[in-house]
Design a protein around this ligand. Structure first.
Ligand code: ZN
Ligand code: ZN
Length: 103
């Protein structure tokens, strides 16, 4: 099972192509842009409450057989927020001061 490379920020809907250095993911692959993680979410995933890390970039070139973004393409299914933004703000405020390893 390869990491699911989702095409957009769930919060602001900006495009996050596989080569983007702005993509951030939680352990469940919930995907947001760096800007939203910092300024809107305060490193709290609105879906699971976990923290974020930079999404690894899948190589464009097939350095090893079958492994490249062409052979294992990114998802095209755009994902949108499951909660209202006001509720997400409360959720972030509740959890942001607890470090991810203690949540
Ligand atoms: Zn965003
Ligand atoms: Zn999550």
């Amino acid at each position: 099972m390869a990491l699911q490379l989702r095409p957009n920020c769930e919060y602001c809907d900006r495009d996050l192509p596989p080569e983007s250095t702005e993509a951030r993911i939680c352990s469940y692959e919930c995907t947001f842009c760096a800007d939203c993680v910092e300024t809107k979410l305060h490193n709290v995933c609105p879906n699971c409450g976990g923290g974020f890390v930079p999404r690894p970039i899948r190589p464009m070139k097939e350095w090893r057989p079958g492994l490249s973004v062409a052979k294992r393409p990114a998802s095209t299914k755009r994902v949108h927020l499951s909660y209202p933004v006001e509720e997400i703000a409360q959720h972030s405020a509740r959890l942001k001061d607890i470090p991810p390893e203690k949540r």
